[in-house]
Ligand binder design. Structure first.
Ligand SMILES: NC(=O)c1ccc[n+]([C@@H]2O[C@H](COP(=O)([O-])OP(=O)(O)OC[C@H]3O[C@@H](n4cnc5c(N)ncnc54)[C@H](O)[C@@H]3O)[C@@H](O)[C@H]2O)c1
Length: 251
């Protein structure tokens, strides 16, 4: 058990990568606070964790709302008395819109969910972790956090920014025992979609780039990376943007 009795908050836990992380962390002994804006998938994940003998509670959260996010962290403290691991994983796509065709509403929503959400959660969690003597934050970024041409302008900017946030936290709070790392998945088989009516030319370019990806991963493969980063196996790993893409970025 790599996370025995650790208290872990995971956003976007109702689907895809977050769901796989919640189940794997619970199987490794963590007490899981599963958070998502969609209640249905969330309840299912919590039921499955409990049926397997694990411990989990659900909290419905829109990570773009600061009050929701603070309530999520307070739920961890209220239910389990501490916070050891925070996984900022909830995210949305941007229809692959290039900057010249990206309306305010798409830009603002993508930033609100993909960047403001992790910021609100880190701001609330870090002082708690420092007081406890340490903790781990994992931000699900993306290969789009490192490359320019694998998503639209808003998604790409949000994921680059979340890697900056990750490194800043690592550099400042490493001395306090807080480790903060990002995962940059390549293509993963989830329900994320493109976030609405896609931009046709941008998508056709994206398809050409995606064709070079060796294969699509299952969410459980990304969850194993998160488990490594959350566990003491990664005790000296801080401030990295860890690529998990089957070799796509190496091309
Ligand atoms: N699937 C991929 O190929 C891929 C690749 C790179 C990065 N990612 C990143 O992985 C993360 C997880 O995505 P996924 O692929 O599992 O997608 P998914 O759609 O299966 O899961 C995302 C979850 O986030 C939740 N969510 C969305 N907006 C929210 C909000 N405002 N508040 C709370 N929860 C919210 C959704 O309800 C959903 O349950 C995202 O950050 C995504 O950008 C995915």
């Amino acid at each position: 058990m790599k996370l025995q009795d650790k208290v872990a908050v995971i956003t976007g836990a109702g689907s895809g990568i977050g769901r796989a992380i919640a189940k794997l962390f619970a199987a490794e002994g963590a007490k899981v606070v599963a958070a998502d804006v969609v209640p249905a998938g969330l309840e299912q994940v919590v039921d499955e964790i409990k049926a397997a003998g694990g411990t989990a509670v659900s909290v419905v959260v829109d990570v773009s709302k600061v009050q929701d996010v603070e309530n999520m962290i307070d739920t961890a403290l209220g239910q389990f008395g501490r916070l050891d691991v925070l996984v900022n994983n909830a995210g949305i796509m941007d229809r692959v819109l290039p900057v010249g065709e990206c309306p305010d509403e798409v830009w603002n929503r993508v930033m609100a969910v993909n960047l403001n959400g992790p910021f609100y959660a880190c701001r609330k969690a870090v002082p708690i972790m420092v007081k406890q003597g340490g903790g781990v934050i994992i931000n699900t970024a993306s290969e789009a956090g490192l490359r320019g041409g694998v998503a639209g302008a808003a998604y790409t900017s949000s994921k680059h920014a979340v890697i900056g946030l990750t490194k800043n936290i690592a550099s400042y709070y490493g001395k306090d025992g807080v480790r903060c790392n990002a995962i940059c998945p390549g293509a993963v088989a989830t329900a994320i979609g493109l976030g609405g009516e896609p931009h046709l030319e941008a998508v056709s370019r994206l398809m050409k780039v995606t064709e070079l990806s060796p294969r699509t991963a299952q969410p459980e493969e990304i969850a194993k990376v998160a488990l490594f980063l959350a566990s003491d196996d990664a005790s000296f790993v801080n401030g990295v943007a860890l690529i998990a893409d089957g070799g796509w970025a190496a091309i």
